[in-house]
Design a protein around this ligand. Sequence first.
Ligand code: AMP
Length: 380
Amino acid sequence: MSASVFFPLDKQQVVGVIGGGQLGRMLALAARRMGVRSVIWTGGLEAPAVEVADEVIDLPFDSAEAMEQFCKIATVATVEFENIPLETLQGVKKKIGLYPSPHAIGICQNREREKNFLRENNIPCTNFWVIETEADLEAAMNELNGPGVLKTAAFGYDGKGQLKIEGCENPAEVWEKFEKQRAVLEAWVPFEKEISVMVVRDSSGAMKTYDPAENRHRNHILDVSIVPATVSGETSEAARTIAKQVAEALDYQGIIGVEFFVNHDGSLVVNEMAPRPHNSGHHTLDACATSQFEQQLRVALGLPLGSTRLNSPCVMLNLLGDFWKSETEPPDWTDLLSTEGAVLHLYGKRRAKGMRKMGHTTIVGEGAIEKAESLKRNWL
Ligand code: AMP
């Protein structure tokens, strides 16, 4: 499948985006605003980015034909999600350049590699054990001697592939329940809050951070991000510093989200990293000088980094599928559209389901939290 738009390739920058979800859609829209064309490689999955892209390659991520087409059309590439085969990423990098690098994505796409990276670089993270066998699990549970979370080493996100344990269970039964998948056992962190910092770093090593966002979840899915996070100035600065340390140690090029747990004493622990634009950075479209999507494109295109200034405090509310009246009938938007400071973003997904991310709204200005809560109450 291919969109019908034809464009001359000479001297025209064409950004190739691997992945066609809402992040790809917002990248393609940012590209269009900058006069840059885009080609989306969907991986053969349902792809909200398709309708705003100039060209589409609707083939799986391991297709040699897709790689060839993609690298012929695109002049440079980026990703909008991390679970892409490493060989594909390496192939694209070799042909046209990929931002961020396969090395950085490879670390962030696998919890075991991610945790080892954090530990090796002395970046504060949860205590963890790598689990390959039932015996490993038994030893780790004995050492942990308390609550924890078992997480699959590969392909986990939004709480998927996770099992909370109290510590008193029978390891054999836990291992059976977890289907004996290679895993990481993490100590449970009795955190006070969750925050994240978006950092952008260019090829020369220049870096900028956005104000930390405070993230609240519903059923393991991001519900609202409050920016700036309600933490002390010290904690906020420490989060920015650690986030930069992560980007530096990865020799990162592009935008990366670093997620933290904030302990009750204000100290920080890195939970995980997202090597791409992140849901907690969506507010940057409406409340910051430069959006996270534009920053990603700037790095890929070798342009200077943009300002990360927050123009106004704000709240980003995810519009999840459970707000919809039925699979195909959205909620009544009247209240949202009449709310001072609210901007509606919909991703063009045809069907709403459970906690599916259908869109988001950013509400800027004072009282944004109350406004977001009131909108939610009407829809749920
Ligand atoms: P993750 O997919 O690793 O981001 O985990 C999803 C959510 O589960 C996090 O945002 C936390 O709310 C919770 N969680 C994950 N790991 C831990 C942990 N070690 N201690 C406490 N809560 C956790």
